[in-house]
Design a protein around this ligand. Sequence first.
Ligand code: ATP
Ligand code: MG
Length: 174
Amino acid sequence: MIQQTLVLIKPDGLKKSLTGNILTRLSETKLEIVAAKIIRVSRELAIQHYWHLKESPFFEELIKYIQGELHGRKKVLTMVYYGEDAIKRVRLLAGATNPEEADSISIRGSFGRITTKGIYENVIHCSENEYEAEREIKLWFKPDNIIYDVYETEVKELKNIKTKVWKKNENENK
Ligand code: ATP
Ligand code: MG
């Protein structure tokens, strides 16, 4: 089944300069990257992303982790991978949530660790199932930032919306 899945390289992965290693491992899947951007994660986005763990004792620490506050790297690399059985294949390469239990050849088994505060720092996020993939992709990306319409879209005319644009060079058109 053709699927799409959200992949994040978390702040610990960026701090440890693992982007290249992780992308190389993921390229073994032959899946297609259909969206990619580097973003600063707001508290609101972090909370929505991890809403299912809201009641867990490590929730606040987890929010700090994904926002990059534990690593001095306030950014996350976000991507959408697309192709046959994308969700299962990326999860398989990522390995178990707990890096100590993850297969040692998996991404998390190779590069993850458990912090002294008990948070699993596991360098990568990937969607768990189709329902979560849809929820997460729609949370992290606008349709315009993905090269295919991976979910149904509609065109909406927005009025009086302020948006940041490149400032015109003063010498331009003189
Ligand atoms: P992710 O959603 O990040 O891909 P996952 O789906 O394997 O991971 P979840 O249960 O969704 O696991 O947990 C989200 C994140 O919360 C984990 O990646 C990890 O950083 C942290 N986490 C989950 N369970 C624990 C735990 N028992 N102790 C410490 N940290 C945990
Ligand atoms: Mg999860």
